[in-house]
Write a protein that binds this ligand. Structure first.
Ligand code: CU
Length: 287
């Protein structure tokens, strides 16, 4: 496979294939990293059931459908250009109405839209209805970084800020790596409560099929269950100011043992458990 990677053909297709092989190779030595790659076509590889459904709906229904419609319209245009130009058709027809054809060009698009609407809306509800969650975390958008809370694990919280170019370590992707990753266990249903402190941001991880607005004063929720260990990158997807492009999201999905070890170290590093948030609750009750 290494030879394949080096023998990338200059044409776009082979560059794309080469990038795919490179991504696979990178994935095989440590863990899968899901991020945009050079010459990428289509979505990032799916690792959740939501993204499986999105990918399937797009690749196996919408794309074939719009391809057929585009080719059909193109064929009609070409036919009209040759059959009804001034030379080929010097005396044009005076027909202005044709009931049958008008019914057809109204009813057929309606039927097409219905066949799109049913899978689309059922997918929307599948994403929207959050199953019983094993873990709940909270993601808070700030100008311009994300803050994460782990209320189920002692309530520690931390910030995930973009790693600057000069500080990038081996294997960290530019503009996507963060100093503190969101660490989660594999195979668990995770609910993310999403909000913001200042302006609207959006929490997005393409490989999970997750994208939801982070609105100040509101709590939005999304869920995912990741099947594969790895690091998955996303970005804020709502224009939120000058550093909108520099507040990436890095989610590290690890085994349960590694997650437990990380929680223990994160509690030591981030969690001031005597002060936050218990004291605040007690104070609020006394008032
Ligand atoms: Cu933002």
């Amino acid at each position: 496979m290494n030879k394949d990677k080096k023998a990338v053909h200059p044409r776009a297709f082979w560059a794309f294939a080469g990038a795919g092989v490179a991504a696979l190779l990178m994935g095989s030595d440590a863990a899968l990293a899901s991020q945009p790659v050079d010459w990428q076509l289509g979505f990032q590889d799916s690792v959740t059931s939501v993204m499986d459904r999105i990918t399937n709906f797009h690749n196996n229904w919408l794309m074939p459908l719009i391809t057929v419609i585009s080719l059909f319209v193109l064929a009609l245009l070409i036919y009209v250009m040759f059959r009804f130009n001034a030379r080929a058709n010097p005396t044009p027809s005076k027909v202005t109405h044709n009931v049958l054809i008008e019914v057809i060009w109204t009813v057929v698009p309606v039927l097409i839209l219905i066949t799109i609407a049913f899978p689309s809306i059922s997918l929307l509800y599948y994403q929207d209805r959050i199953p019983e969650a094993d873990i709940t975390i909270k993601a808070i958008g700030h100008q311009w970084y994300w803050e994460y809370e782990y209320p189920d694990h002692g309530g520690f919280f931390f910030e995930g800020r973009m790693v600057q170019d000069e500080d990038l370590k081996e294997g960290q992707p530019r503009l996507l790596a963060t100093d503190n990753n969101v660490v989660l266990p594999v195979g668990k249903t995770v609910r993310v409560q999403v909000t913001a402190s200042d302006v609207i941001h959006a929490f997005t991880v393409p490989a999970f099929g997750v994208k939801i607005d982070a609105v100040p004063g509101r709590l939005n929720e999304i869920w995912f269950k990741v099947d594969k260990e790895g690091i998955y990158y996303g970005q804020c997807s709502e224009l939120c100011g000058v550093e909108h492009a520099f507040m990436p999201i890095a989610v590290e999905v690890v085994s349960e043992q590694k997650f437990a070890a990380w929680v223990a170290s994160a509690q030591r590093e981030f969690g001031d458990l005597d002060v936050e948030p218990a004291t605040i609750d007690v104070a609020a009750k006394q008032d």
